[in-house]
Design a protein. Structure first.
Length: 254
């Protein structure tokens, strides 16, 4: 099995190394092609208004001066002589839960894989500022990664679907297990924009992505993480709200 590993935290991010270790449990044909700089929040963006450069660091290790989507495209079109059987994106430093998904470069790299018809999984380690004890923040992902991934490798994925995995912010032995759950939603607070002054006295604004409050609906990724479980969520690229099709079409009928 040939595996492509990518991320949105950048080629030098510690989570990429964690994911390479997980991938190595399944294959010795692991390729890395990741953005040269951090691209968190890049979503599914593609670099169109400037060139991207490809940097080769070793036989199967590359960085791209662009977005996560650019990296997957470059890997599939330029870097790899044959397509991978599996694309893994992460392990992201921080949650990709609920409404995070459309902002996420991590999930978007997996979306790009799904568009190419390749089995793709995004992996994120939820980070808790309260638990910033200097320990290994990727402990749960490191210990549970292969167990979370294993069953996905021989599960059929429907066309244009991918899987989003989040690890709870807990020590590995405090993780309670794995739940397959739907995407929840955040109550985003406008308070996540911080205003300040730069060293020259000019005003700036800085976005924080994390929601202040969650709606912990039953059976969601947010609830699973809150209760100490790994959240596994199948996602689809079809964003159509099917039950609105009929009623909306009626509004256009004369
Ligand atoms: Mn990130």
């Amino acid at each position: 099995m040939r595996i492509l590993v990518t991320n949105d935290d950048g080629y030098h991010a510690p989570g990429l190394e964690v994911l390479e270790e997980i991938a190595a449990r399944f294959s010795d044909d692991v390729w890395v092609c990741a953005p040269s700089e951090e691209q968190s929040g890049a979503g599914h963006s593609l670099t169109l208004n400037r060139p991207v450069r490809l940097q080769k660091f070793a036989e199967r290790r590359f960085a791209v001066t662009g977005t996560p989507t650019d990296s997957v495209m470059m890997a599939l079109r330029e870097v790899m002589d044959a397509p991978p059987d599996l694309i893994l994106s992460g392990v992201n430093r921080g949650a990709n839960l609920g409404d995070d998904i459309t902002y996420s470069g991590t999930v978007s790299a997996a979306i790009e894989g799904a568009l190419a018809g390749i089995r793709s999984v995004a992996l994120s380690q939820v980070y808790s500022r309260d638990r910033d004890d200097g320990g290994d923040m990727f402990a749960a992902a490191r210990q549970w990664g292969a167990r979370a991934l294993g069953p996905l490798l021989d599960t059929p994925f429907a066309d244009r679907t991918l899987v989003n995995v989040n690890f709870p912010p807990r020590a590995a032995d405090a993780v309670k297990g794995i739940r397959v759950v739907r995407q929840g939603f955040h109550d985003y607070s406008r308070g996540s924009v911080v205003e300040g002054r730069d060293p020259r006295g000019f005003r700036y604004f800085w976005f924080g992505l994390h929601a202040i409050e969650h709606t912990l609906d039953h059976g969601t990724d947010l609830e699973a993480i809150d209760e100490g479980y790994i959240a596994v969520t199948p996602l689809q690229l079809d964003l159509t709200h099917h039950s609105s099709l009929g009623p909306m079409a009626e509004r256009y009928e004369v």
